[in-house]
Write a new protein. Structure first.
Length: 204
């Protein structure tokens, strides 16, 4: 008998985060690149836009279809990651309503939305500067190139390293713009992506 054999403990459950993203490249690269590298305890799956189907309803449909097939458990989370951009506020409100209904129906699984107004580039820019006077999508994308010169809706490994090192700053600017409430209006400039990021950090 080998006296040095140790009993094997149970493997901890791997928490699952399902992110349905409006973006085809940037958001999946950000979340999977920064938070998807520890699959022993956390699995991040992004359902990115394909064939131009980026309207809020299409993003929601992708998430609903995936959830029906997935075996989500208590502590797993399902998120919609969308931009306000040119979409009507009523389109965004439909997603908020779905999250509230699902949370009431299945309270053990988090359903939430990470919304950026006007776009996800605001959250990226907050990693480097406060951007209080930069309001439009085009202005935000140009400002971001000051810090990520090669940025063009894609994030390189070098870009991800820079962003990962400045997450604390981005979260500070997000909270300052939004206030203390986690609730966020599609009419208000800002982003609540920091709430999703905090959940991912806690899961790791």
């Amino acid at each position: 008998m080998n006296r040095f054999i140790r009993p094997l403990g149970e493997r901890p459950y791997k928490r699952i985060f399902i992110l349905a993203t409006e973006g085809e490249k940037t958001e999946p690269q950000y979340f999977e690149g920064i938070f998807g590298n520890n699959e022993l305890v956390l699995k991040v799956t992004c359902l990115e836009t394909k064939r131009g189907l980026s309207a809020p309803r299409h993003v929601l449909d992708r998430l609903v279809v995936y959830i029906k097939k997935a075996e989500l458990r208590k502590s797993d989370q399902a998120w919609l990651v969308v931009d306000r951009d040119h979409w009507k506020a009523s389109r965004i409100s439909e997603l908020f309503q779905w999250c509230n209904e699902e949370n009431a129906r299945i309270p053990e699984i988090v359903h939430n939305m990470a919304l950026s107004v006007p776009c996800f580039e605001l959250w990226l820019l907050w990693h480097f500067e406060e951007a209080e006077v930069i309001r439009t999508s085009d202005e935000l994308k140009e400002a971001l190139k000051r810090h990520l010169p090669e940025y063009d809706k894609k994030l390189s490994t070098s870009d991800l390293r820079k962003l990962a090192s400045q997450i604390v700053r981005a979260k500070k600017f997000a909270v300052k713009a939004r206030g203390d409430s986690p609730l966020f209006s599609p009419e208000k400039w800002g982003s609540n992506v920091d709430i999703l990021v905090t959940e991912l950090q806690a899961a790791k």
